[in-house]
Design a protein around this ligand. Structure first.
Ligand code: TXA
Ligand code: MG
Length: 340
């Protein structure tokens, strides 16, 4: 059975990492599946435990810029400025790798490596006590919603990993922004809590990689080509302009239970039919982002719910990250289209 480490047991969790064990760790975004980034065998076990395809590279979590200097070929000026502005924080920066410094297993064979300096003191303590950078994909089974509590991690990975450092629910709830600075034109490969506008305020105009955000063809971030965040039940997006009365009436006509994930203001405005199973996303886009994955997991466990309708939000700022994850979990389906 996988052991749960409390916050006063970071020493033991760090020792396990040093010993080459897998220990899931909290961050401000989602829980990560940690291993010593310099231990090839341990990193291979991360892919095995998650069921993750081996061409999908891992993020390297650091607790100092000096740690980045050990493994990056160079740190361009733009990266230095962004690190100063947003680290510690939810911005992952891709740089060219110092050849031979980290194994192909970490980078999925690419000549670049993704660095993240999380805004979560227990994670930073874990890295500093282990004395090595820690790789950390989200600590879910591949394809499932990312974990925002230690219990989510336990649900997916119990028996497959040594331990989980428990810091309660994560604050942000969606994964970090992934920014590629390894090419002349910076590009956001995955939207996250650090927004495009915030990044542009520091380094000027950037691309939002449309391959990755829109379609699923040849994404620059290998992870973005796989189906993601999908609970066992079909999901459909309720677009912002939709009249929720029509959603409510539609549900009442369904023969089975329907899950509804929406903001409190919407849930409170109607009396919902008996077959509606309600999950509140809170009061604004930051609440909704924090609760999205937990809500999808809540319905995953309810086998009698036939479909889940989730409130779509304006895709700007943090809403871009929320809608990116929701689109993937819905496979692009909207409420207007028939929901199966
Ligand atoms: O918030 C987060 O970023 C969380 C927490 C645990 O830190 N981690 C996370 O890791 O979401 P993961 O592995 O689930 O997602 C990392 C994404 C993947 O889509 C991967 O393909 C991409 O970053 N990525 C990693 N290294 C890359 C590289 N060198 N070039 C392009 N994409 C890369
Ligand atoms: Mg992931």
């Amino acid at each position: 059975e996988t052991r749960i480490f409390k916050l006063n047991e970071i020493d033991q969790a760090a020792q396990a990492i040093k010993d080459g064990q897998l220990v899931a760790f909290p961050t401000e975004t989602v829980y990560g599946l940690g291993a010593d980034a310099t231990n090839e065998a341990a990193v291979k076990n991360v892919y095995l435990a998650k069921g993750r395809p081996s061409d999908n590279p891992l993020i390297v979590h650091v607790a100092s810029i000096e740690m980045v200097e050990r493994y990056a070929a160079e740190i361009p000026n733009s990266a230095r400025q962004l690190m100063k502005a947003f680290w510690p924080g939810s911005l992952t920066i891709i740089l060219k790798i110092k050849p031979g410094s980290l194994s192909k297993t970490v980078t999925g064979g690419l000549e670049t490596v993704a660095f993240r300096y999380p805004d979560c003191q227990p994670t930073l303590d874990l890295i500093l006590k282990a004395g090595v950078p820690i790789v950390g994909p989200s600590a879910n089974t591949s394809g499932k919603p990312s974990p925002t509590t230690a219990q989510h991690v336990f649900h997916d990975l119990n028996g497959k990993i040594f331990g989980i450092l428990d810091n309660g629910p994560t604050r942000v709830g969606v994964e970090s922004t992934v920014l590629d600075l390894s090419t002349p034109q910076p590009a956001i490969l995955r939207p996250g809590a650090v927004t495009k506008a915030q990044i542009e305020s520091v380094i000027g105009s950037i691309d939002l990689d449309q391959h990755h955000v829109g379609t699923n063809e040849t994404p620059k971030a290998p992870g973005m080509k796989y189906r993601h965040y999908a609970p066992g039940v079909p999901v459909a997006i309720v677009d912002p302009q939709t009249n929720w009365q029509s959603v409510n009436s539609w549900i009442a006509k369904q023969p089975s239970k329907v899950g509804v994930m929406a903001e409190k203001q919407i849930l409170d405005a109607f009396s919902w039919p008996d077959n509606a199973v309600i999950y509140s996303l809170g009061e604004d886009v930051s609440d909704a982002s924090a609760h999205l994955f937990a809500g999808l997991r809540f319905f995953d466990d309810q086998k009698d719910v036939a479909s889940i309708l989730v409130q779509g939000l304006d895709a700007t700022g943090l809403g871009a990250a929320y809608m990116n994850r929701l689109n993937k979990s819905a496979g692009g389906k909207h409420f207007e289209a028939p929901v199966k």
